[in-house]
Ligand binder design. Structure first.
Ligand code: GUN
Length: 288
């Protein structure tokens, strides 16, 4: 069997087009422009690339984009003061603080200072609780993108066995909640899981979100399973230079799976598309 390759780039472009249409309608009918503020502390190169892409795509969708780039040694008090200001700024509907933050800043404290209604990342403890209890919340962007691709590929997910590899607050845990919400039987596997290959072999849906290059080989995959690869890892090429790979071994998994996301061009583009969609949602909720 050769898997269907799930084209996240095209899927994300479709979502961005719908977001842009919605934004144009908000402007034309109500003179409202959704606004997203992104806060970056320090100079982490990967974070700088993400933040730049977020800003560009926010603009392209017709929204207001504001970037706050702060020095790596910014104090917690100064960062909290900025968040306070953004919380009360009526032109800003979404606030995203890029993670990871420098070690001297308490990420939980900072994230929980964001107005939950503007928390387009869905990381605030209120949104985590709402998601966990099946109530209307802001949903974290990467897991939301994965869920949209799964529904598009499989239709109903009800009763399917889903294994999420990785238990991060950003991806693994919210992904498990979303799959449970769609009536999957969900297992969260992690570095202490016993006999991981056997656990993964039972899965109709595999979500790999551990951040370890090509960790999942094809012989762990149940024939016909849908494989969603959240990993973005840079590895050396034998001939020199580097390339991006996911957490699954793409070629061997594609031989066995029913469908699989590539890296790059799978989950990655969906994350920013969902961020834009969440910002429009926050704006609509703020304006009744
Ligand atoms: N760092 C890596 N992924 C994310 C994300 O989805 N949101 C934020 N704020 N920071 C991140």
């Amino acid at each position: 069997m050769t898997a269907t390759i799930i084209d996240g780039k095209a899927f994300a472009a479709g979502i961005r087009a719908k977001v842009a249409e919605h934004v144009a309608r908000l402007k034309a009918d109500h003179d409202i422009v959704p606004g997203l503020a992104v806060v970056l502390v320090g100079e982490d190169p990967a974070s700088q690339v993400y933040v730049k892409n977020k800003g560009r795509q926010t603009h392209e969708a017709g929204m207001k984009s504001v970037e706050h780039r702060l020095e790596a040694d910014t104090s917690e008090a100064d960062l909290l003061a900025l968040i306070d200001k953004l919380n009360s700024d009526e032109s800003i509907h979404g606030i995203l603080v890029q993670l990871p933050l420098p070690d001297h800043l308490d990420s939980d404290l900072v994230i929980n200072a964001i107005d939950p209604a503007k928390d387009v990342d869905g990381f605030h403890i209120s949104n985590v609780g709402l998601l966990g209890t099946g109530q209307k919340s802001m949903v974290p962007c990467t897991p939301l993108g994965c869920l949209m691709m799964l529904r598009d590929q499989l239709g109903s997910l009800s009763g399917l066995n889903a294994v999420v590899i990785g238990r991060s607050n950003i991806v693994g845990k919210p992904m498990a909640q979303l799959l449970l919400g769609d009536s999957c039987t969900v297992t969260i596997a992690h570095s202490r899981t016993k006999d991981l290959p056997e656990v993964v072999r039972r899965a109709d849906i595999v979500i790999a979100a551990v951040g370890r290059a090509q960790m999942v080989p094809g012989d762990w995959i149940k024939p016909g399973a849908t494989v969603i690869d959240v990993g973005i890892n840079r590895i050396d090429k034998p001939e020199g230079g580097t390339r991006l790979v996911g957490d699954v071994e793409f070629d061997s998994c594609a031989e066995v799976a029913g469908a699989i996301t590539p890296v790059p061009g799978g989950v990655g583009p969906m994350t920013i598309a969902c961020l834009l969609a969440n910002t429009v949602t926050a704006c609509c909720r703020a304006n009744g």
